[in-house]
Write a protein that binds this ligand. Structure first.
Ligand code: MG
Length: 343
């Protein structure tokens, strides 16, 4: 068994603006775990608001003792070995766990969703993200890219989103979900805006207030005519109990929770609590998104358009068709490395 890893920078097609920041790239680290000429790949995507960096991910990877990993018997034992190496490091662990699952699926020559008995017939609608923009040409370009999608995910700032929604309404009648990325401060105004947009084909509102502000999110969720979904306020399975009465749904991401197994456990528990589940991603390439897509038969919405927003994806394997993400049919996660990188 051998391990290789390398940093990379994903370049956005358009500068990507959310309520707090605009940026042109996202740093990632890829990992390859190779055994008997078969390679499994994983990705740690590191937007600047996460604590992890390329340096911290690489430092975590350096802690792996290849013999200990190799001698851990079976996939589960290998994942456990990674889990107990050190606390935190969720994106680094997600990358490693993804690579191990990919390797395991390739060794058995089966895609992960098949190994997990998930039905291809239950695919949820996929969302297409539109970052904050005042540039009409850019907006039209984005709508053209999104033509196969039925639902748009509109990023909004900290002022009234109504004008932005009205502008979009002139161009398209598609359903919209709103991602506020913690941008709103005033709960009364938030409720007023949501009431005004409920008739505009908006289907849910994600992370209206700062991530610590659960009491205001609970207040809004109770009064809002639209479901309120927690993203930044929700990281991993331990957060479920504290969040379950503050929102109607959660956005699950591999980079937040530490990998596919943990995401599956979260989805199962969230469904028991009647929470709506969105399977999301950071700005990730097809490597991470192909892995996350394997879980989409279990969720209500697939928020996995990362590969469509970048122009230097070093992997392929994610196919968007008729408003859905098709499950990759290649073995493992289904992601294929197409870019040669010096390891
Ligand atoms: Mg979000």
């Amino acid at each position: 068994m051998q391990i290789f890893y390398w940093p990379y920078s994903l370049q956005f097609k358009h500068p990507f603006a959310i309520s707090s920041v605009t940026r042109t790239d996202t740093k990632v680290v890829y990992i390859e775990i190779k055994e008997n000429e078969i390679s499994g790949y994983g990705e740690a995507a590191l937007p600047p608001y996460l604590k992890e960096t390329q340096e911290s991910v690489i430092n975590f990877f350096k802690k792996i003792n290849i013999n200990d990993l190799k001698n851990s018997d079976g996939l589960q034992a290998k994942i456990n070995y990674i889990d107990i190496l050190e606390g935190g490091n969720y994106a680094a662990k997600a990358a490693l766990e993804m690579a191990l699952h990919d390797l395991y699926g390739k060794q058995l020559n089966k895609p992960l969703h098949k190994l997990w008995n998930l039905s291809k017939r239950k695919l949820p609608p996929a969302l297409f993200t539109i970052g904050i923009t005042n540039n009409n040409k850019e907006l039209e370009e984005k709508l053209e890219t999104s033509k196969d999608f039925e639902i748009l995910k509109l990023k909004v700032g900290n002022t009234s989103p109504l004008e932005q929604i009205k502008k979009l309404r002139k161009l398209t009648g598609k359903k919209i979900c709103l991602d506020v990325n913690q941008g709103w401060y005033d709960k009364n105004l938030a409720l007023e805006w949501i009431k005004a947009m409920a008739d505009e084909g908006v289907i849910f509102v994600e992370q209206p207030f700062s991530k610590e502000n659960l009491s205001e999110m609970a207040w809004l969720s109770e009064k809002s005519p639209l479901p309120v979904v927690a993203d930044e306020s929700f990281q991993n399975v331990e957060d479920l109990n504290k969040i379950k009465n503050c929102c109607k749904g959660i956005n699950v991401k591999l980079m937040k929770c530490g990998g596919l197994d943990k995401a599956r456990l979260i989805i199962e528990k969230a469904k028991q609590k009647n929470l709506m589940v969105v399977m999301g991603c950071m700005s990730e390439s097809s490597c991470g998104v192909a892995a996350a897509a394997q879980l989409t038969p279990l969720v209500d919405y697939a928020d996995l358009d990362g590969p469509l927003l970048i122009n230097n994806d070093p992997f392929q394997g994610v196919v968007y068709e008729m408003g859905k993400i098709l499950l990759p049919f290649n073995p493992g996660t289904g992601a294929k490395k197409i870019y040669k990188q010096n390891n």
